[in-house]
Write a protein that binds this ligand. Structure first.
Ligand code: PEP
Ligand code: MN
Length: 349
């Protein structure tokens, strides 16, 4: 159930409503939108009587939601959510560019690539420290050491860290080092992990499982939101199809669909979505044209020696070319690209 507050509702009206919801044993979720405030109610087993709230001061209307997700839906919040990460944001007018290697491989590797990316204007540094690899014999990541290198690189360059949380055991450590917690494709259905992530208060990037419907992705987001963490970014990263030419099929339908259904931002990862570096630039352009709020791109200084996903990683010069192209395309979509910064802070020691 969603309670729509009147435009002129006061703080006291809102507090009284929250108290009533809590006194009934339910949980209120307050969304302060540009137009009006709405309050989602969760925790109820059956139907709630709308009369319980309709007569309250400041309440305009009460709407039932029959969908299996509500807090992530546009009914809950008609205007777009902007996810704040320090002074920066995902959603809104600037395209969020998240870039970096698939895995953190060494201190010098991550420091060097972070410096190059920051100089190109990138604000969000990606890199896996705990890698969920399909084969147990593949490189599993530098783990805690990788988190430390990543954090050092981000602090030295003034970037934000985004890295994957592989399980609940390592969540506290990743929480300590990351600015955005990434839930990987393989973990989108890990509901106990989603709940734990929902209980903390850092932004979450939730990747679509390669077998998930769009509705399942939305419901995974709802698992996080129902715990009180609404700072969620969806990520389309391709779904498994029958075509062996590509690692995955990048489902760009998801972008306008999710933007219609949900108030949350969506970014696209054409690296995993295609599995082939030659396809990354055209599909990144397509994602922006489809209305994505940002991109996640794997970039490696020498993909031929990368410890994971080199075949889908862009070299820095190719990534620079992509950004140049996007600087022309983004304005057509009402967006801008982050501006370049002086390369003065690039450091390797
Ligand atoms: C990644 O981004 O490093 C990753 C493993 O992606 P996915 O979970 O989409 O496979
Ligand atoms: Mn990867």
């Amino acid at each position: 159930m969603i309670v729509l507050m009147q435009k002129g509702a006061t703080r006291d009206d809102l507090d009284r409503l929250k108290q009533r919801i809590e006194s009934l044993g339910f949980v209120p979720h307050v969304f302060a939108g540009e137009q009006r405030t709405t309050v989602g109610i969760t925790g109820n087993k059956g139907q709630i009587e709308s009369d319980l709230f309709l007569s309250m001061s400041g309440v305009e209307d009460v709407v039932r939601v029959s969908k299996p997700y509500k807090l992530v839906s546009r009914e809950m919040k008609p205007d777009d959510t902007v996810v704040h990460v320090g002074d920066d944001q995902i959603g809104g007018g600037e395209l969020a560019i998240i870039a970096g290697p698939c895995s953190v491989e060494s201190r010098s590797q991550i420091l060097e690539i972070a410096g190059m990316l920051r100089e190109m204007g990138v604000k969000f540094l990606r890199g896996g420290a705990y890698k969920p690899r399909t084969s147990p014999y593949s490189f599993q990541g530098l783990r805690e050491q990788g988190l430390e290198y990543l954090k050092e690189a981000a602090v030295k360059t003034g970037m934000h860290v985004i890295t994957e949380v592989k399980d609940t055991d390592t969540l506290p450590l990743v929480f300590e080092h990351a600015d955005i917690l990434q839930v990987g494709s393989r973990n989108m259905y890990n509901y106990s992990l989603l709940e734990k992530i929902g209980m903390q208060r850092k932004p979450v990037l939730l990747k679509r499982a390669f077998s998930a419907t769009i509705e399942e992705l939305l419901m995974a987001g709802e698992y996080v939101a129902v715990q009180g963490n609404y700072q969620i970014v969806f990520c389309e990263r391709g779904i498994r199809s029958f075509d062996p030419f590509t690692r995955n099929s990048l489902d760009l339908n998801a972008v306008p669909l999710i933007k219609g259904i949900s108030h949350l931002p969506i970014v696209v990862d054409p690296s995993h979505g295609t599995g082939s570096w030659e396809l990354v630039i055209p599909m990144a352009r397509a994602a922006v044209a489809a209305g994505a709020d940002g991109l996640m791109i794997e970039v490696h200084q020498d993909p031929s020696v990368a410890l994971s996903d080199g075949f889908q990683s862009l070299r820095p010069e190719k990534f620079r070319l992509l950004l140049e192209q996007l600087s022309q395309l983004a304005p057509l979509m009402g967006k801008s690209l982050p501006t370049k910064t002086a390369p003065s802070f690039i450091t390797n020691n």
